[in-house]
Ligand binder design. Structure first.
Ligand code: SAH
Ligand code: SF4
Ligand code: F3S
Length: 476
């Protein structure tokens, strides 16, 4: 979970006295993407952005609910604004994102100075909601009253013409939202609602719009991105069949559409669910040389008993078979995964099975979370959180240690190879270094001039750590 703040900026033609919005983003890449959308909507409505909370007229939090810690952190940030709001009664404070959708009125109860709680499918209305609060305040000394906007029935319509793209070289693009699965530990189906896919032509048009304004790599986002298309209509007789189930348009069609776009160098995907990892998707990836040979495919556990209690919809054998399908089409594929350790009823044997599988599958990236019971989820209601905190901590440690060893081995195997790298940024640690990614999604740093930003270059891999590669520039 990261926190991003935006630079203060004035846009041409912007009124000097425009009200200023400060937006703080927690959570996943989808939230970052949504925050950029929201900021553009505010600018279109005559607002300016600021990275100074002290000079903002509107402070918004785009929030995450996946673990308790994420929500508590937002409450603590909100708490810090209580005094600011007392001193400046005209300040508008809003909460958007998953926590807004999940907790609704509870946010007003715990943080009485919040004005707006705006759900995950209403965020595009935020400028109007803020205007509404400001107008009501101007009309009545008693204050504007609270606004709750959390209905989920609406689709999110993203129409970006007339907006500016501000995502830089590496942009994000949501192709779908929501999740139709029901993993017993997870709040996301509740906070994001069912799968809603965007029309293919709208996605390609948004990608074109991003590339025209400087994007060189695009990460396709979705809560279960490879469920893209599941909610779209089947083709009728005579219509072209897509790569999705039943001939529907699927993620493979999105990849093929983006592959054609001139100026685009790389396409990335996050996050996939094994249930929708099909041969059609793998074939489309194999046909598209802009698509990274890296997939985040969370396994969560390698014990069938735990997977069943998690209601993941697969057992280890099925997960293995999905990998076989993917690897048959993409022999150089690298994988990332998520693990939950200490889930309800997890025994030492279950834990050991997961460690064995981490080793066997050779995951290049591992995100490891201690199970956190979330109210409102099936596991919270019907399974005991019976792995003691100390044991969860110990298993987490064992996971981290093994992940480091395995990643050291997997990334170490890249040494001596020559790789094509998209140069993405000047290294944060050392400004004489550039950093980018190989086609297999691995970060790599090397010395080179800034002019190479956004270009594809050839790098000889010389060094590696469990988390990235280093090398030397061979050719541009
Ligand atoms: N849609 C993705 C995951 C989204 S949440 C998927 O299906 O894989 C990101 C990660 O957070 C999950 O993969 C899981 O590992 C972790 N996570 C979700 N709920 C959790 C909980 N209650 N406790 C601990 N980790 C959790
Ligand atoms: Fe949550 Fe499972 Fe859906 Fe992922 S697939 S968002 S873990 S319910
Ligand atoms: Fe968090 Fe919602 Fe993303 S719970 S991880 S912000 S989908």
């Amino acid at each position: 979970m990261t926190l991003t703040r935006r630079q203060s900026e004035a846009r041409p033609g912007q009124a000097p006295d425009a009200p200023r919005v400060h937006l703080v983003t927690f959570g996943c890449q989808m939230n970052k993407y949504d925050s950029l959308l929201v900021e553009e909507r505010f600018i279109r409505r005559g607002y300016a952005l600021t990275d100074e909370p002290g000079s903002a007229d509107v402070i918004l939090f785009n929030t995450c609910s996946v673990r308790d810690h994420a929500e508590e952190r937002t409450f603590s940030w909100l708490g810090e604004l209580k005094r600011a709001r007392e001193q400046r009664p005209d300040l508008v404070i809003g909460v958007m994102g998953c926590m807004a959708q999940r907790l609704e009125e509870e946010i007003f109860r715990r943080a009485g100075h919040v004005d707006i709680v705006c759900g995950t499918r209403r965020f595009q209305d935020l400028p109007e909601l803020v205007d509404d609060v400001r107008q009501r305040r101007a009309q009545s000394a008693a204050g504007g009253g609270r606004l709750l906007a959390t209905e989920t029935a609406d689709e999110v319509r993203v129409v970006r013409s007339g907006e500016r793209y501000s995502g830089g070289l590496c942009g994000f693009l949501a192709v779908m939202r929501g999740c139709d699965l029901a993993c017993t530990y997870c709040v996301v189906p509740g906070t994001r609602g069912p799968v809603r896919s965007r029309p293919l032509d709208e996605i390609v048009a948004e990608a074109r719009w991003m590339i025209d304004q400087g994007a060189r790599s695009i990460t396709l986002l979705g809560q279960t991105v490879n469920a893209y298309g599941e909610d779209l209509a089947r083709p009728s007789a005579g219509q072209r069949r897509g790569t999705g189930r039943g001939g529907r348009v699927g993620l493979g069609d999105v990849l093929r559409g983006l592959q054609e776009l001139e100026g685009l160098a790389r396409v990335r995907l996050i996050t996939l669910h094994p249930a929708y990892a099909t041969r059609e998707l793998a074939r489309a990836m194999a046909d598209c040389d802009k698509v990274e040979r890296f997939l985040p495919l969370p396994v969560q556990s390698a014990s069938d008993a735990v997977l069943k209690r998690m209601r993941r919809g697969y057992n280890l054998d099925l997960y293995r078979r999905r990998l076989d399908i993917l690897r048959a089409e993409l022999p150089d594929l690298l994988l990332g995964t998520d693990w939950i350790t200490g889930f309800c009823g997890e025994t030492d044997e279950d834990h050991g099975a997961s460690l064995n599988y981490l080793e066997e599958a050779g995951f290049a990236v591992n995100y490891i979370f201690k199970y956190d019971p979330r109210s409102g989820t099936p596991a919270f209601d019907s399974l005991a959180d019976d792995v003691p905190a100390q044991l969860k901590k110990q298993r987490h440690r064992e996971f981290l240690d093994l992940a480091e060893t395995v990643q050291r081995r997997v990334l170490g195997a890249q040494r001596g190879e020559t790789r094509e790298v998209l140069v993405e940024q000047v290294s944060e640690r050392d400004d004489s270094l550039l950093s980018g990614r190989t086609l297999q999604g691995l970060p790599v740093s090397f010395a080179g001039p800034e002019e190479l930003l956004g270009k594809l270059v050839t790098v000889s891999v010389m060094g590696s750590s469990p988390y990235g590669l280093s090398g030397g520039l061979l050719a541009e």
